[in-house]
Design a protein around this ligand. Structure first.
Ligand code: UGA
Length: 442
């Protein structure tokens, strides 16, 4: 099937590449000409494992192409996926300017049936608004009285559940594919699109599909804030959150996933989506106090980590602090709402010198953290340091040579914001070790 994907960010690129990989002919569109020119050469603007290789192969086989024009890029497409950014306004509400612009431009260039698919995370009722925008902006010769047109078009919602760092795997092996449709024809097109994956498909109305995405991300964020609250209690009563999570997780109704206590969730999705859902609920007349608490717990978690460092380090001013990991989670170079940003900035304000290493995110991080010295590997970071903060659980940190780390550091003090060294028994190397909710930080 001919498919166009508008917006070549994380979601758009992965979706476009994977749809091409399963046999469709895909055009990825982006307003940014420089990005499109790079993509044409097979260079990805983001780090996502496996993506660049896959794109290079698809370009060679002519199964994917790139364009900066909605007009030419959507001309032959039956389905057009909209995957543009939906940033937050200052009140938390999603800013849908890009979605509206794209819907209008698609309409202005529409001459036959198209299926417009919302892929970005959008508030319920966006589908209805896209439909109106398209109706009002179709070429005049196709418009008919009463808001109808001489040919049909459909709007659908097909939220993505991809995780950065494992997005390709998630696309190829989805737990479910959720689709909100308004017509049988749209449903048939989706069945055709996803047929090669043989997924469990959930068809709903448009608004329910939009809500499924918000509800899923909010629920996962709730799980994280819940276990982080448990971690706070564990620290105070001397229990171990890892054991608690294990004990809870074997209950099939609960599950162990997303019960990793740490310095809170970050990224481009959870913080923004929770804000947007709180706002959406409030606007619809319901105060979602549970989610407001989820958000607050996430902020508190980062502050509590800093307080622990201040307490154990005693004087922060002029101390050299080593940081391992900057991205909001491993296997990505994404720094959006990364816990490392808040934590490092607070310590810098108190006069600490920060030396940091991250396997992928240092270029992005340097722009956001100008005063931080980025170093070439994890051992350079700890040289002469008064303490080490482990902020992102990259696999290579887990196999570090801790004898070497001990010898390089000025003081043997480790704060593990992700409990990634929980099983390492770092005390035996001579370290004073503090994790999250291990009943040890008191
Ligand atoms: C999240 C969802 O998991 C995807 O299903 C969804 O498609 C995506 O948002 C989106 O809306 O686009 P992502 O933001 O890539 O994906 O990252 P996650 O793997 O979900 O992690 C989010 C944050 O939660 C990270 O900062 C991670 O460190 C943190 N986390 C996760 C915890 O602190 N504890 C956990 O147990 C799990």
């Amino acid at each position: 099937m001919e498919i166009a994907v508008v917006g070549s960010g994380y979601v758009g690129l992965v979706t476009g590449a994977c749809l091409a990989q399963i046999g469709h002919k895909v055009t990825c569109i982006d307003i940014n000409v420089e990005k499109i020119n790079k993509l044409k050469k097979g260079l990805t603007p983001i780090y996502e494992p496996g993506l660049e290789l896959m794109l290079k192969d698809l370009i060679k086989k002519k199964r994917i192409s790139f364009s900066s024009s909605i007009k030419s890029g959507t001309k032959d497409a039956v389905a057009i996926f909209i995957a543009v950014g939906t940033p937050s306004k200052s009140n938390g509400e999603a800013d849908l300017t890009y979605v509206e612009n794209v819907a209008r431009e698609i309409a202005e260039n529409m001459h036959s049936y198209k299926l417009l698919v919302e892929k970005s995370t959008v508030p319920a009722e966006t589908g209805y608004r896209i439909r109106r925008t398209v109706q009002m902006n179709l070429p005049k010769k196709y418009r008919k009285a009463g808001g109808s047109s001489s040919f049909n078009f459909d709007v659908a919602s097909n939220p993505e559940f991809l995780r950065e760092g494992s997005a390709i795997e998630d696309f190829m092996h989805p737990d479910r594919v959720v689709v909100g449709v308004e017509s049988k024809k749209a449903e048939e097109i989706f069945r055709e699109i996803y047929k090669p994956l043989k997924p469990r498909m959930i068809f709903t109305d448009l608004k329910s599909a939009e809500l499924i995405k918000h509800a899923s991300n909010s629920f996962l964020a709730t799980k994280i804030s819940f276990i982080n609250s448990i971690a706070q209690v564990c620290d105070r009563v001397g229990a171990d959150v890892l054991k608690v999570a294990e004990g809870m997780g074997y209950d099939k109704r609960i599950g162990r996933a997303f019960l990793d206590a740490g310095i809170g969730y970050g990224g481009s999705c959870f913080p923004k989506d929770v804000d947007a859902f709180v706002h959406l609920s409030h606007k619809s007349g319901y105060d979602f106090i549970l989610l407001e608490a989820v958000r607050k717990v996430n902020e508190v978690q980062r502050r509590a980590f800093v307080r622990m460092i201040e307490d154990k380090l005693w004087i922060v001013k002029n101390k050299t602090i080593a940081v391992w990991g900057l991205s909001f989670k491993p296997n990505t170079d994404d720094m959006r709402s990364a816990a490392a940003l808040d934590i490092i900035q607070t310590l810098q304000k108190e006069g600490a010198n920060i030396k940091a290493f991250d396997p992928q995110a240092m270029v992005n991080a340097q722009e956001l953290l100008p005063g931080v010295t980025m170093v070439k590997d994890m051992y350079c970071a700890v040289k002469g340091a008064h303490c080490l903060l482990a902020l992102t659980e990259w696999a290579e940190f887990k196999t570090a040579d801790f004898k070497k780390v001990y010898n390089l550091m000025q003081q043997p003090l480790i704060f593990d914001g992700r409990n990634m060294f929980a099983g390492h028994n770092l005390e035996k190397f001579g370290f004073e070790y503090y994790g999250i909710g291990r009943g040890l930080s008191k």
